[in-house]
Design a protein around this ligand. Structure first.
Ligand SMILES: Cc1cc2nc3c(=O)[nH]c(=O)nc-3n(C[C@H](O)[C@H](O)[C@H](O)COP(=O)(O)O)c2cc1C
Length: 438
C-alpha cells in the first residue's frame, strides 16, 4: 500500500443477469420481474452512491446438468438458469449511471476477437470510459457444446487461447489512434484515415484483419479484470489484468495470493502498483452484534442441513455429479474419483483435505465473512486489508435483494468512508483511472 488506507470496492453479481432472491421474506417482486432490469438499475445506482469502483456481471452459457446428471436441481431452484446476456444488462446499467464501472463476463471460448472488441468498445463509448471485460476461459463442456464443439479445450490450453484473444482484442482496440476522429466541419473530414490501421492479427487460434469499425474506446484500452486461481490462471491474470479478483478466507491466504500475482506481474515487466487485487467478501450485518451473529448462525445451519445446494453449485463449475455419494463419508474414500477440466483450482481448494466429508465441502465458504454491526465490520475490513497490504474487497452477497444491497451500500460503506477506508467521490471519469488513483 502507498500510505493511502482506502480500499477499492467492487461487487460480484453472482448468477449474472439471472434470477436472484425470488422466494425469501425480502424478495419483492423478483419471481415475476427479475428480467426487466429494474432491480439491476436500483442496484447499480446504490453502488454508485457508495462510490464503488465497479460491478462484475457473472456469466455462463449453458443449462447445467452436473448434479444428478439432470437439469432438475438447477431449473427447479433457478440456479444458474435462466440467465440473460450480461453485455445487454451492462448497457442498461451504464446508461443509468455516470461514474461507476460495469464489467460483463465474456468467455474467450465463446467469442471471436472482433465481436468481443467491438462489443466492449461500444460499451466504453456509450459510458464515456467505464466499461471493462471479465476475462474467463469457460469451464463446462455443456457451454462448449452450445457453440458447436465437443467439449472444452484442456484447462491450461484455455489460458493460451485467453492470451491470444486478449492480444487480438487489444490490437483491435488500438487500431484507431485516440485522435483519429477530427469531425472537422470546415475541412469536411470526419475521421483521419491515416490514423486508422488494419491489425492483420494472425495467431494459432484467431485471425482478424481489422481495423475496428467503432470509434476508439475512451479509455484507450477498457479495463481488464481476471480471476485466475491455478498457476496458468495466475500467470495470465498477472500479465494482463488491471484488477484481479480472488477467493481467500484468511489473511495468510490473501497475502500469499497477492504477493504471488504481484510478483508474477513484476516478472512480466509490469509495475505491480498498477494491479489491484480484490478479495471476495460476504459480510453478515446486524443492528447489534448479537443480531449479526444470529443471522450468520441461521445461514450456517441452513447450509449444513441442505448440502444439495452446495454440491449442485460445485457440479455447475466442475461438471461433476456429486449426488451418488454419502455426504457424511470422509473424502479420503472419494477424492480420487473427482477430476475436472473445469475450475480446477476451485475443486482443489474444496477437496484438499481428505478428512472432510462432502457435507463439509458443501458448507465451505470461499469468501471472508466478517460478522457484526456495520461499524464493527468496517473496522475488521480495514485491519484485514491493512495486514494484506491492499487492495480492496469484492462483495458477493445473497440471496440478493434490495435489503442486502442497502445493508452494504448504505450501512457498511458509510462506516468505511468515515474511517477513511473507502472513497467518498470518484477521482476519474474512467474505470481504469479510478483503479489507478490509489
Ligand atoms: C470472483 C470470481 C468470479 C468469477 N466469475 C466467473 C464467471 O462469471 N464465469 C466463469 O466462467 N468463471 C468465473 N470465475 C472462474 C475464474 O475465471 C477461474 O476459472 C477460477 O477462479 C479458477 O481458476 P483457474 O481457471 O485458474 O483454475 C470466477 C472466479 C472468481 C474467483
Amino acid at each position: 500500500m502507498n500510505g493511502d488506507r482506502r480500499m477499492h470496492l467492487a461487487w460480484f453479481l453472482g448468477n449474472g443477469f439471472g434470477v436472484h432472491d425470488w422466494k425469501s421474506q425480502w424478495r419483492g417482486t423478483a419471481a415475476t420481474d427479475w428480467m426487466n432490469g429494474e432491480f439491476h438499475v436500483d442496484f447499480i445506482r446504490a453502488l454508485e452512491r457508495a462510490c464503488f469502483d465497479y460491478l462484475i456481471i457473472e456469466d455462463s452459457a449453458y443449462v447445467p446438468d452436473g448434479y444428478e446428471k439432470s437439469m432438475r436441481y438447477y431449473l427447479q431452484n433457478a440456479r444458474a438458469v435462466p440467465k440473460h446476456d450480461p453485455a445487454v444488462l451492462a448497457t442498461v446499467m451504464l446508461s443509468a449511471t455516470r461514474n461507476i464501472g460495469v464489467v460483463p463476463t465474456l468467455a474467450v471460448t465463446e467469442y471471436q476477437p472482433y465481436l468481443l472488441a467491438r462489443l466492449v468498445a461500444t460499451l466504453d463509448n456509450l459510458s464515456d470510459g467505464r466499461a471493462g471485460w471479465n476475462i474467463v476461459t469457460g469451464s463446462s463442456d455443456r457451454a462448449a457444446q452450445n457453440y458447436g464443439k465437443k467439449g472444452q479445450p484442456a484447462h491450461d490450453l484455455r489460458y493460451e487461447i485467453a492470451q491470444e484473444m486478449t492480444d487480438a482484442v487489444c490490437a483491435l482496440w488500438s487500431s484507431w489512434d485516440a485522435d483519429a476522429v477530427v469531425a472537422d466541419l470546415e475541412a469536411e473530414v470526419f475521421a483521419d484515415h491515416t490514423k486508422v490501421r488494419s491489425v492483420d492479427f494472425n495467431g494459432r487460434f484467431f485471425r482478424s484483419r481489422g481495423p475496428l469499425n467503432t470509434a476508439p474506446p475512451p479509455q484507450g484500452r477498457p479495463a481488464l479484470i481476471q480471476a485466475g486461481g491455478s498457476s496458468a490462471g495466475r500467470e495470465f491474470a498477472a500479465r494482463n489484468a488491471d484488477s484481479i479478483i480472488a477467493a481467500a478466507t484468511s489473511v495468510e491466504e490473501m497475502k500469499e495470493y497477492r504477493d504471488d500475482v504481484l510478483g508474477r506481474a513484476e516478472a512480466a515487466g509490469r509495475d505491480p502498483a498498477e494491479v489491484k487485487v480484490l478479495f471476495l467478501c460476504t459480510p453478515y450485518l446486524g443492528e447489534t452484534h448479537a443480531e449479526a451473529v444470529d443471522r450468520k448462525k441461521r445461514h450456517d445451519d441452513e447450509v449444513w442441513a441442505n448440502p444439495e445446494a452446495g454440491l449442485a453449485g460445485l457440479g455447475f463449475i466442475t461438471d461433476i455429479d456429486f449426488s451418488p455419494y454419502d455426504v457424511d463419508t470422509p473424502l479420503q474414500d472419494l477424492a480420487a474419483k473427482f477430476e475436472t477440466n473445469g475450475h480446477q483450482s476451485s475443486l482443489a481448494a474444496r477437496l484438499g483435505d481428505p478428512g472432510r466429508t462432502l457435507r463439509e465441502v458443501a458448507a465451505q465458504t470461499h469468501a471472508v465473512e466478517p460478522v457484526g454491526t456495520p461499524a464493527e465490520v468496517a473496522d475488521e475490513l480495514g485491519k484485514m486489508i491493512g495486514e494484506v497490504g491492499g487492495d480492496g474487497v469484492l462483495f458477493v452477497a445473497g440471496p440478493l435483494n434490495r435489503r442486502v444491497v442497502a445493508e452494504i451500500a448504505d450501512g457498511l460503506v458509510p462506516e468505511l468512508q468515515v474511517r477513511g477506508l473507502a472513497r467518498t467521490s470518484y477521482d476519474s471519469p474512467h474505470l481504469r483511472g479510478n483503479l489507478a488513483s490509489f
